[in-house]
Design a protein around this ligand. Structure first.
Ligand code: ADP
Ligand code: MG
Length: 717
C-alpha cells in the first residue's frame, strides 16, 4: 500500500516536474530563479517603452520649440503635412498608452497566476510531507483512505495543472501578441521619429531658405528704396528745372504778348486788306488762267513743232542707221562664208584614223589649218568658229543679217557640209540649246515688240523640203503632196509656190508647234529618218511683213534658213539605183547653189537659178540686195579629212569670187564645178592662192593655171 502511495507520489512529482519543464519550454525561467524570462523581457520592454516615451516627449518638445521659432504659415504644404504627422503621432501615442496599460494589467495577472501556482505547489508539497509523516506514524491503517484521497487530490491537481497550463499557454499567446503589437508600435514610433527628423531637416532647410529670402528681400527692398529716393530726387530736380523753364517761358510769352499787340493790330489791318483782295481774286484768277492757257497753247504748239522736227530727224537717223547697217553688211560682203568646226564627240570613237586634223590660228579667227598627209593646208573664211564655240556665239554673228530681214531685205543662211558635220545642230540645235532657227525667230519677236510703236509687223513661217528635186510642203495635211514653183500671175516676175502653207507665229510656243509639225511630216513615209534628212534640203522660210504706222509704207523681208543635204561624194563610192539618184540630185543642187552664188558675187548678167529646185525656189532671196551666209560645217576627225577639205574648198570657191566688174565674167567661167574642186589637191590650191595673192582677199588657185580666180585689184590693174 505504502509502496503504491510512494509510486503515486513519485508519479505526481514527475508530472509536476514535467509541467514545470513544459512551462520553462514555453519561455519561462525555472521558478527557482525568482523572476521568469518573460518577466525580464517585460521589464526590458517597459524600460524601452519608458525610454521611447521620453524620447517622444523630448522630440515633441523640440518640435514645438522649432515650430514656435518658425513663422507660422498655415496654408503651406509642409505645415499641412506637419499637422497630419502630429495627429498621427498623438494617435500613436494614445495607442501606445493603451498598450502599456494592457501590458501592465497582463503583468499583474501573470503575477497573480504565478503566485497562485506557487501557493498550490507549496500546498501540495506540504500535503505530501504530511502524508509522509502520516505514513511514518501510521504505517498501515487508513492507508487506503489516504491513497484514495491522494488519488482524488492528484486528479484535481492534474486538472488544476492542466488548467494552469492552458491559461499559461493563453497568456503566452497574449504576451506574443502584445509583443508583436509592441514591435509594431516601436516600428511606428521609429517611423514617426524618422519623419520627425526629416521634418526637422526640412524645417531647417526652409528656415535657411527663409533666411536667405529674407536677406535678399532686405537687399532688394534697400535697393528699391535707394532707387526710389534717387528717382524722387531726379524727378524733383527735373520738375524744378522744368518749372523754371516754364516760368521763363511764361515771362517770355508775357513779354511777347506785350510786343505782339501792336503787330496784331497791323495783322488785323492786313487781314482786312487781304479780304478785299480775295474779293477781287476770282476776276484776277480768271484773267491769269486765260493768260496761262494762251501761254500753254503756244508752248504746246512750239513743242509740236519741235516734236515733228525731232520725228523727222529721228526718221532720217533711222534711215541713216539702216543705210549704215546695210553699208556694213555690204562692206562685209553680201555673201559671207563662215566655217564651224564641230567638237569631237563620243560617237567618233578612237583609233589612228580618228585623230584631230584641224588646228587654228589663235591670232586670226578667220583662218583654219588642216594637217593631211604630212602637209598643212591653210583656209581663210570670213570667220572660223572653233569647236568650243557656243550656239549663242554663232547667233551673235548672224544676228545683224536676221535684223535686216525686218528692214525688208531677203536673207539666206545655208548650212553646208558632209553628213555628221553639225549642220542640223547649228540650224535646229537641241531643245535646251536651240540653234539659229529658233533663236532667229525669238530675235525677230523682240525686234517686232521694240518697233511696235512705229510698225505693225507680222511674222509667218513655212517649212519645206527638197528631196530628189521635189518640193514638199512640211506643214501640209498631206506632206507627200508635191509643190510647184510658179511665176506670179501679176506679171511682176516674182515667183510663188501655190499651196505652200504659211503659219503666223507670235511666241516661242507657236514656233515649237510649227517645228514639231514639220519634223513629224518630214519623218512620214521614210523608214530611216536620219538618212532621209541627210539626203534632203530642209527649208524654214520666215516672212516678215511690216506696215509703217506713220507713213503706211509696206515692207516684206524673207529669211530662208536652209539645212542642206549632206555634201559627201556618195556618187564616187559606186552607189546604184535610188541611192545613186539621190546622190546625183544632191550633187546637182549643191553645184547649182555654188554656181549661183559665184555668179551673184561676180554680178554676172545670167544667174543659173533654174539649174536646181533649191536655187529656183530661193531666186528672190539670193538676187538683188539679198544677203547670204554660207555656214560651212566640218568635222575635225582624220577619217573625214577628204570631205572636210572638199567642203572647205567649196567655201573657198564661193568666198574667193571677187566683185570686180571686169573680172566677173571671166571669173565665172573659171569657176569650176564642185566635182572639179574635189579633184584638186587642197594643199596646192590654197597655199598657192595665199602666196600669190597676199593682199587680203583670199583667192583659190587651181593647178598650173588651169583655172584661176582673179582678184578685183588684179582685174582693175
Ligand atoms: P549633220 O546635220 O551635218 O548631219 P548633226 O547636226 O546631226 O550633223 O551632228 C552630228 C552629231 O554631232 C550630232 O550628234 C550632234 O549633236 C553633234 N554635234 C554637231 N555639232 C556639234 C557642236 N557644235 N557641239 C556639240 N555637238 C555637236
Ligand atoms: Mg542633219
Amino acid at each position: 500500500m505504502i509502496s503504491c502511495l510512494q509510486e503515486d507520489k513519485v508519479k505526481l512529482q514527475e508530472e509536476l516536474n514535467t509541467a514545470e519543464s513544459k512551462q520553462q519550454c514555453l519561455g519561462s525561467t525555472p521558478p527557482s530563479q525568482g523572476t521568469t524570462d518573460l518577466e525580464k523581457h517585460l521589464a526590458i520592454l517597459v524600460l524601452e517603452n519608458d525610454r521611447l516615451k521620453q524620447e517622444l516627449n523630448s522630440s515633441q518638445l523640440r518640435f514645438q520649440q522649432l515650430r514656435a521659432s518658425v513663422p507660422t504659415c498655415t496654408d503651406c504644404e509642409h505645415s499641412k503635412e506637419n499637422s497630419r504627422l502630429r495627429e498621427q503621432t498623438s494617435v500613436l501615442r494614445l495607442e501606445l498608452e493603451e498598450k502599456t496599460r494592457l501590458l501592465s494589467e497582463l503583468e499583474l495577472h501573470l503575477k497573480d497566476v504565478h503566485q497562485d501556482r506557487t501557493e498550490r505547489e507549496e500546498r501540495l508539497n506540504k500535503r505530501i510531507r504530511d502524508c509522509h509523516l502520516a505514513l511514518a506514524k501510521h504505517p498501515t491503517p487508513g492507508m487506503k483512505f489516504i491513497s484514495k484521497k491522494m488519488e482524488v487530490e492528484s486528479l484535481r491537481m492534474k486538472q488544476d495543472l492542466e488548467e494552469a497550463q492552458s491559461r499559461n499557454h493563453y497568456l503566452q499567446e497574449q504576451i506574443g501578441i502584445q509583443r508583436q503589437l509592441l514591435t509594431e508600435q516601436e516600428q511606428q514610433l521609429q517611423g514617426s521619429w524618422h519623419t520627425t527628423a526629416q521634418l526637422q531637416a526640412q524645417i531647417m532647410m526652409y528656415e535657411a531658405e527663409l533666411e536667405q529670402a529674407r536677406g535678399e528681400m532686405i537687399v532688394a527692398l534697400q535697393a528699391i528704396e535707394d532707387e526710389k529716393n534717387q528717382t524722387i530726387e531726379e524727378v524733383f530736380q527735373h520738375a524744378r528745372s522744368e518749372m523754371k523753364t516754364v516760368h521763363d517761358n511764361l515771362n517770355g510769352v508775357r513779354m511777347n504778348l506785350l510786343s505782339i499787340q501792336p503787330a496784331l493790330k497791323t495783322l488785323t489791318s492786313d487781314y482786312n486788306c487781304l479780304k478785299n483782295h480775295v474779293r477781287d481774286f476770282p476776276c484776277l484768277l480768271q484773267d491769269a488762267v486765260s493768260q496761262t492757257k494762251k501761254d500753254i497753247y503756244q508752248a504746246v504748239e512750239e513743242a509740236k513743232g519741235i516734236n515733228q522736227d525731232l520725228l523727222r530727224k529721228y526718221k532720217r537717223e533711222m534711215q541713216l542707221r539702216k543705210k549704215c547697217h546695210n553699208e556694213l553688211v555690204r562692206l562685209r560682203g553680201n555673201i559671207r562664208v563662215f566655217c564651224r568646226v564641230r567638237p569631237i564627240t563620243r560617237e567618233d570613237g578612237a583609233g589612228p584614223d580618228n585623230r584631230n586634223v584641224v588646228s587654228f590660228d589663235q591670232d586670226d579667227d578667220a583662218v583654219l589649218c588642216i594637217s593631211h598627209r604630212g602637209k598643212t593646208s591653210l583656209f581663210e573664211m570670213d570667220k572660223v568658229f572653233q569647236p568650243c564655240a557656243l550656239q549663242v556665239d554663232i547667233f551673235r554673228e548672224v544676228q545683224a543679217l536676221i535684223t535686216s530681214c525686218i528692214d525688208g531685205y531677203n536673207v539666206c543662211i545655208f548650212a553646208y557640209g558632209q553628213t555628221g558635220s553639225g549642220k542640223t545642230y547649228t540650224m535646229e540645235g537641241l531643245p535646251d540649246d536651240p540653234g539659229i532657227n529658233q533663236r532667229a525667230l525669238q530675235h525677230l519677236f523682240g525686234e517686232v515688240a521694240e518697233r511696235s510703236t512705229d510698225w505693225d509687223l507680222s511674222i509667218t513661217v513655212s517649212m519645206a523640203e527638197i528631196y530628189n528635186e521635189t518640193l514638199r510642203n512640211l506643214l501640209a495635211k498631206d506632206p507627200s503632196e508635191k509643190l510647184e514653183i510658179k511665176l506670179s500671175p501679176d506679171g511682176s516676175g516674182q515667183l510663188y509656190v501655190p499651196g505652200l502653207i504659211q503659219i503666223r507665229v507670235q511666241s516661242v510656243d507657236d514656233i515649237n508647234k510649227v517645228f514639231e509639225l514639220g519634223r513629224v511630216n518630214r519623218a512620214t513615209d521614210f523608214t530611216n529618218v536620219n538618212e532621209h534628212s541627210s539626203r534632203s534640203h530642209a527649208l524654214l522660210i520666215v516672212s516678215v511683213t511690216g506696215i509703217n504706222l506713220t507713213s503706211g509704207a509696206r515692207t516684206v523681208g524673207k529669211l530662208n534658213l536652209v539645212d542642206l543635204a549632206g555634201s559627201e561624194r556618195v556618187g564616187k563610192s559606186g552607189a546604184e539605183g535610188p541611192r545613186l539618184r539621190e546622190a546625183q540630185n544632191i550633187n546637182k543642187s549643191l553645184l547649182a547653189l555654188g554656181d549661183v552664188i559665184c555668179a551673184l558675187r561676180s554680178k554676172q548678167p545670167y544667174i543659173p537659178f533654174r539649174n536646181s529646185k533649191l536655187t529656183y525656189l530661193l531666186q528672190d532671196s539670193l538676187s538683188g540686195d539679198s544677203k547670204t551666209l554660207m555656214m560651212v560645217q566640218v568635222s575635225p576627225m582624220g577619217k573625214n579629212v577628204n570631205e572636210t577639205i572638199c567642203s572647205l574648198k567649196f567655201a573657198q570657191r564661193v568666198r574667193s569670187v571677187e566683185l570686180g566688174a571686169a573680172g566677173r565674167r571671166a571669173e565665172s567661167q573659171l569657176c569650176s564645178s564642185r566635182q572639179e574642186c574635189e579633184l584638186e589637191s587642197p594643199h596646192t590650191a590654197i597655199q598657192q592662192g595665199r602666196h600669190n595673192y597676199p593682199g587680203g582677199n583670199n583667192v583659190g588657185k587651181s593647178t598650173a593655171g588651169k583655172r584661176r580666180l582673179v582678184t578685183s585689184s588684179e582685174v582693175t590693174n
